[in-house]
Design a protein around this ligand. Structure first.
Ligand code: DGL
Length: 263
């Protein structure tokens, strides 16, 4: 079982930012990655729809004999992880906006969170936010339009810069010193955000924490692939744009295989 793959899914290519961290920390692990780009953005969908899509992705990964599933999507985690955990035996690792470390480290006591509508309006997000950030000010901003632009490979465009500027200006005016990226697509916007934010503002995400948690759970469950593997099996599936997923993965690992799949 320890040689079975880890399954990772996201609404699209953003989950590759999590894959990168997981592969770095756990280089022996075989991975199957699903990019459900046909249904992106999840962030604009109802909780019920997000649960249905997450369930569909999970069923496929379980059919492929995955030993653990990483829900590499804040929107799917905050809306569907309780359902998934209640429905399947397999361990799930989720991702949530990194409010806790930002709240612990902020000096200005003002923190910005950029996430999808689905994440920001979720019960889990408001619970986490009130648990860890009750004594600081949190400026929440819905990142409408960002995921669709990334999925269309329009990162370095005037349209993207304009949207980002609109979203972060109120945060800058409110004197944030931490910006929490609460969507796995957003780490690909860091070069742009660094140009737009004052130098002292730190940008954080939860990718590394997810990789560490994955390792911990694999160890606990005796599922870690401790055998040294030179080229682990890396299979990627997208139901939309093969070339786009290929482009996002090629910076992270080699060799790998991207296939089109109508899941
Ligand atoms: N990567 C997903 C997340 O972390 C994006 C959600 C979407 O498709 O809107 O929330």
């Amino acid at each position: 079982m320890s040689k079975a793959p880890i399954g990772i899914f996201d609404s699209g290519v953003g989950g590759t930012s999590i894959l990168k961290e997981v592969h770095q920390l756990l280089p022996n692990e075989n991975i199957i990655f699903l990019a459900d780009s046909v249904n992106a953005p999840y962030g604009e969908k109802s909780k019920k729809e997000i649960i249905q899509l997450s369930d569909k992705n999970t069923k496929y990964l379980i059919q492929q004999q995955c030993k653990l599933i990483i829900v590499a999507c804040n929107t799917a985690t905050t809306n569907a992880i309780d359902f998934l955990r209640a429905s399947y035996q397999i361990p799930f690792i989720g991702i949530e906006p990194a409010i806790k470390p930002a709240a612990l480290q902020t000096q200005s006591k003002v923190v910005g969170v950029l996430a999808t509508r689905g994440t920001i309006t979720s019960e889990l997000f408001s619970k986490t936010s009130s648990l860890f950030a009750s004594n600081i000010k949190v400026i929440e901003q819905v990142g409408d339009g960002l995921v669709p632009l990334i999925e269309q490979n329009k990162i370095y465009t005037p349209e993207m810069s304009e949207l980002l500027l609109k979203y972060i200006t109120p945060m800058i005016l409110a004197n944030i010193d931490y910006l929490v990226l609460g969507c796995t697509h957003y780490p690909y916007l860091v070069p742009l955000l660094k140009e737009l934010l004052p130098d002292h503002v730190k940008i954080i995400d939860s990718g590394e924490a997810v990789a560490k948690q994955t390792k911990k759970i694999l160890q606990q469950e005796n599922l870690l692939n401790s055998e040294r593997v030179i080229h682990p099996e890396m299979q990627f599936y997208t139901n939309l744009n093969k070339a786009l997923l290929q482009q996002f993965v090629s910076d992270i690992i080699t060799p790998f295989k991207v296939s089109f799949l109508n899941f």
